[in-house]
Design a binder for this molecule. Structure first.
Ligand code: AMP
Ligand code: MG
Length: 388
């Protein structure tokens, strides 16, 4: 009975201990068969140096099931340990030797080298890598909207609608859609908005209103057979483009939120998960990759082109870009919210089911009942990040 009472305490201590132990000191237990247990100290078989999270537990389950029993994983673990210890100059030299890109901060270089060895060794050892359902194309979107310097309770309307189409196989931009949109509620752009976005009054005056632009964009999608023959995912810098700007615009125009916009890849999330770093804004992501922003910051077209450059670099470095957020209709709060999809959610998990349910929910009309306080706080936080 006493032992039973102690179980939660033991669980708590072991979990807390794992958080406190330096990453390199975490011991990964390899259970290849039956009672045979060997111990690897250092990085885990995936080469990541993050702490034991639920994702890690998922991976450890893979180890238990024999997924990592091939000796090549032991070799990779040793290689990854060596890469973790390499000084920056050595990393640059090694990448140069292998004719790989050597731009970027140290964590980026480490990840690039680890991915190279992982792919090389697994191919050589004929280890089958599970076939994942990944998009063939990315639709990179970065909306610009009407705004004022102090945006509290401001009714944003989309004024620029750019889409960059990236082919993930060739890792190239293959087409662009671009249009300005005429705002209805605040047809006159504020001086602040013109300065921020570089969008002049004549551009929006001569543009069509959002519903017509959306229809043209969807025709453009059809011309590329996106969603028909070609599998694609929307990619944005943060959750706001779809869950705030697009969602509000559809509500203002009383049009159904498009099904294709119900889920997306949040680049900031994909980036920080892949390179194991802090979530950061567009300029900093570029800088960490050794690149600089090209064009006018806050121009929708230039922003989306630069976001596409980061996405391409991530794909080149071996990141599997897949949907990690979706618009979720919360019946209890009577509001739409963006929700996180865990990177390792197995197919058919709750997230996947929830996603499908929410996609059906998108056809509900949710007239003005969204949780406005939460939305205002969220947007203010966004502007704060943008200004910093
Ligand atoms: P972004 O994609 O960062 O260029 O921002 C998208 C939209 O958010 C802009 O078109 C503005 O409507 C709004 N926005 C961004 N930053 C600010 C800011 N510092 N102050 C007010 N509104 C902003
Ligand atoms: Mg922008």
């Amino acid at each position: 009975m006493e032992i039973l009472k102690a179980i939660p305490l033991i669980f708590f201590i072991s979990k807390t201990w794992l958080q406190l132990v330096p990453k390199e000191k975490i011991i990964y237990v390899r259970m290849s068969s039956g009672s045979k247990v060997s111990v690897d100290e250092g990085v885990d078989p995936e080469g990541s140096s993050s702490s034991l999270t639920s994702v890690k537990v998922h991976r450890l389950k893979g180890i238990k099931d024999g997924q990592y029993s091939n000796p090549v994983f032991k070799k990779l673990s040793v290689i990854n340990g060596e890469i973790n210890r390499m000084p920056r100059e050595e990393l640059i030299a090694k990448l140069g030797e292998l004719k790989l890109d050597s731009r970027g901060v140290t964590d980026v270089l480490k990840k690039r080298l680890k991915t190279y060895y992982r792919e090389k060794k697994l191919t050589k050892a004929h280890v089958p890598t599970p076939k994942k359902s990944l998009p063939e194309f990315l639709m990179v979107i970065d909306f610009e909207a009407t705004c004022e310097e102090n945006n509290d309770n401001y009714d944003h309307e989309i004024i620029e609608f750019p889409v960059i189409l990236v082919c993930l196989e060739s890792k190239q931009v293959v087409d662009e859609f671009h249009s300005y949109c005429k705002p209805r509620i605040n047809p006159q752009l504020s001086e602040f908005c013109v300065q921020l976005t570089g969008i002049t009054q004549d551009k929006v005056d001569s543009a069509e209103e959002f519903p017509k632009v959306l229809r043209r964009m969807e025709d453009w999608m059809k011309s590329h057979e996106l969603g028909a023959k070609n599998k694609f995912a929307v990619l944005t810098d943060g959750p706001w483009d779809m869950s705030r700007f697009m969602y509000h615009q559809c509500r203002q125009n009383k049009i159904t939120y498009p099904r294709w916009g119900g889920k997306w890849i949040n680049l900031r999330k994909a980036y920080s998960n892949f390179y194991q770093c802090r979530r950061t804004k567009l300029n900093d992501m570029l800088e960490n990759l050794g690149m600089t922003f090209e064009g006018h910051l806050h121009s929708g077209l230039d922003d989306s082109r630069n976001i596409a450059r980061i996405a391409i670099r991530l794909a080149e470095d071996g990141c599997e870009l897949k949907v990690n957020e979706y618009l979720h209709y919360d019946r209890n709060e009577n509001a739409f919210k963006s929700k996180h999809i865990t990177p390792d959610s197995p197919k058919g998990s709750t997230s996947e089911e929830e996603l499908n349910q929410s996609m059906d929910g998108l056809h509900l009309t949710n007239d003005g009942a969204a949780n406005e306080t939460e939305e205002v706080d969220d947007l203010l936080e966004y502007y704060r990040i943008q200004r910093s």
